[in-house]
Design a protein around this ligand. Structure first.
Ligand SMILES: Cc1cc2nc3c(=O)[nH]c(=O)nc-3n(C[C@H](O)[C@H](O)[C@H](O)COP(=O)(O)OP(=O)(O)OC[C@H]3O[C@@H](n4cnc5c(N)ncnc54)[C@H](O)[C@@H]3O)c2cc1C
Length: 569
């Protein structure tokens, strides 16, 4: 049933943004600041900063299961339960397996957050710029199509979003990890500092730095103007932060957009398709199903930003068919849904450091150390393409003997018996975009809102296996030389997806025959539609991707608005 009670005029905006997560929040902020009446459509429920963080101030003993997920919930949710952040304090921000089914042609752990703010409430806030080694990688190695942009195109936009979001970090001067506009970095502990010095002295091409992260270590005026305050190092971020200490759409971009008076935010609005007007030769608007009532409403705009998160954006474009685009909006190249890639997070290493027994660092930090990529940076030197970054952290547990009782137990509890320092790293590997890693629409099955189910066909390849092996070898060598013992390497063999860095399917490229989007994130074949979430990524780098989505979104809005002024859409 179409809603005919309101007029088309009332449902017409300058711009529509689909999705209110990390990238959609940025699109909304930039569009509204530039004066465009903007409608943000979000399929999930409303989550308002402060008001809708029900667990943010709870103490561990206030949780019925002390923070753990009850067995019945785990059994009902085998996919999302595998995500480390799916715990009692934050599980209300995750999509449950049964609520939004999808088809796994091959095992794929699709981790999602459907609400205002999307996954920006849940992310681990690691924010690394990409470098020309990433943007030039495909052209150099021939593993995907050439990116239509280079680092210099994005650098000012990285600065733009970093200043507003608030990124803490150190200027490390590394070509493979460009420096940004940083707030003061967090601190490494003694063992992390030791490993940093050790690696620096012994490997001229390898570095240990403090991981750059979206936390306000020292808020500037622009952050105070957002009503955000300094990060308290509570490390309860996934519950939603009442201080706005880390960047989320809810704390930062969406309220900012609302303050302009140009934002209309409509939660519970499942965008089913982008409508294409054959006569005008452009998209006219979107068809929306109310998530609760299932009523259908159409909204219209001159420009549409698609920010539903990588795989949902693919789903939406594939579901937007017309005579002109029978295989999905803008899909003249036939590449839509293909060349999906992700990050290989399978490999880990742990060990023990027997030194530094006289030091102990108390307190918490929302991030830790990071080893930027060091393989195949300047030249191809291994039997696999591209490389990996690694985390590094060291910590020391307090052990208390709680076996006794009475005064003996009390005395034991008062003693602080510190164990050895434990060290550990995990791999963050780049995977290669291939046509054979794809998503498609299921021919018959639909969800409760009438959308075809997404079929996912994505797997590791030989390149990934070789990378895991190399990570284990190289890290073992570094750990051994550094004097760590009890070294254990593991391969989780986890399915793709659990890295939560799915990218591609509507990739950018110079050539409309082999890509979906041009250098401005604009559909080659439908110029008033822009895709600025992970679906646009031509390749995946080893760095975390979300900062790049933010920068691409801000840059694309700037271009779209210029074009609108010139009446090019
Ligand atoms: C536990 C965890 C840790 C992470 N750590 C990091 C990290 O350290 N660094 C990093 O860079 N990234 C990290 N990520 C990934 C990061 O969260 C995502 O890259 C980022 O949120 C993607 O932004 P997005 O705008 O594309 O999607 P999202 O933030 O997921 O937002 C998409 C929004 O679109 C909505 N939507 C979907 N379909 C429709 C539709 N049809 N109609 C209307 N609305 C729709 C969704 O409900 C959602 O709100 C992490 C993620 C998780 C869960």
């Amino acid at each position: 049933m179409f809603n005919i009670n309101d007029s088309v005029k009332e449902r017409t905006y300058d711009a529509i943004v689909i999705g209110s997560g990390i990238s959609g929040g940025w699109a909304a902020k930039e569009l509204t600041e530039k004066g465009l009446k903007t409608l943000v459509l979000e399929r999930g429920r409303n989550v308002q900063h402060l008001k809708d963080y029900p667990t943010t101030n709870m103490m561990p003993w206030e949780f019925p299961h002390r923070g753990q997920v009850p067995l019945a919930v785990t059994e009902e949710n085998p996919v999302v339960s595998r995500c480390y952040a799916f715990k009692e304090d934050a599980m209300h921000f995750f999509v449950k397996d049964k609520e939004h089914p999808y088809v796994q042609d091959k095992p794929f752990d699709w981790i999602r957050g459907y609400q205002v703010g999307g996954k920006s409430l849940l992310w681990a806030r690691q924010t690394q710029r990409w470098s020309d080694f990433d943007f030039e990688g495909p052209a150099r190695d021939g593993f995907a199509v050439d990116w239509p942009i280079r680092y210099k195109d994005l650098a000012p936009w990285y600065s733009h979003v970093e200043k507003f979001a608030g990124i803490s970090g150190n200027k490390d001067g590394l070509p493979q990890l460009p420096d940004g506009e940083f707030l003061p970095p967090l601190e490494l502990n003694d063992v992390e500092k030791y490993f940093k010095d050790f690696v620096g002295k012994n490997y001229k091409d390898r570095h240990v730095i403090f991981g750059r992260c979206a936390h306000l270590t020292e808020p500037k005026q622009i952050h105070l103007d957002q009503d955000r305050a300094q990060c308290q190092n509570r490390v309860l971020c996934q519950r939603g932060c009442p201080f706005g200490g880390y960047f989320s759409s809810n704390a930062s971009t969406l309220p900012w957009a609302a303050k302009t008076g140009n934002l209309t935010l409509r939660p519970d609005s499942v965008v089913q398709e982008i409508m294409y007007d054959e006569k005008l030769g452009k998209a006219s608007g979107v068809r929306v199903i109310d998530a609760n009532t299932k009523a259908v409403t159409e909204y219209f705009a001159s420009v549409i930003f698609v920010n539903a998160s990588a795989l949902n954006t693919n789903l939406l474009l594939l579901n937007s068919v017309s005579n002109r685009f029978p295989n999905g909006l803008g899909n003249d190249s036939g590449t839509l849904g293909k060349y999906v890639a992700f990050h290989n997070y399978r490999a880990r290493i742990s060990g023990i450091c027997h030194d530094y027994k006289d030091v102990y660092t108390e307190g918490r930090r929302p991030s830790s150390a990071y080893l930027p990529r060091f393989r195949n940076v300047y030249k191809q030197e291994t039997d696999f393409l591209r490389g990996y970054a690694a985390g590094f952290s060291a910590g020391r547990n307090t052990r208390r003997d709680t076996s006794g009782f009475g005064q003996g137990l009390k005395d034991e509890l008062m003693k602080k018996q510190l164990g050895d320092w434990h060290v550990g790293s995990h791999m963050m590997g780049e995977t290669i975009p291939k046509a054979s890693n794809f998503v498609a629409l299921d021919a018959s099955q639909k969800d409760a809102w009438g959308m075809p189910l997404l079929k996912v066909n994505i797997s590791y390849d030989d390149n990934d296996e070789k990378m895991v092996k190399d990570f284990h070898e190289q890290m073992t060598e570094m750990y051994t030389k550094a004097g760590f013992t009890d070294i254990k390497v593991t391969d989780s063999k986890q399915a793709p997806g659990l890295d939560i860095h799915e990218m591609g399917g509507a990739r950018m490229g110079h050539d409309p025959k082999t890509s979906m989007l041009n250098k401005w994130n604009q559909l080659h074949a439908c110029r008033n539609v822009f895709v600025t979430d992970g679906a646009c990524m031509t390749s995946t780098s080893t760095q975390n991707p979300s900062l790049t989505y933010m920068a691409l979104a801000a840059r694309a809005v700037d271009y779209a608005v210029e074009q609108l002024k010139k009446k090019e859409h």
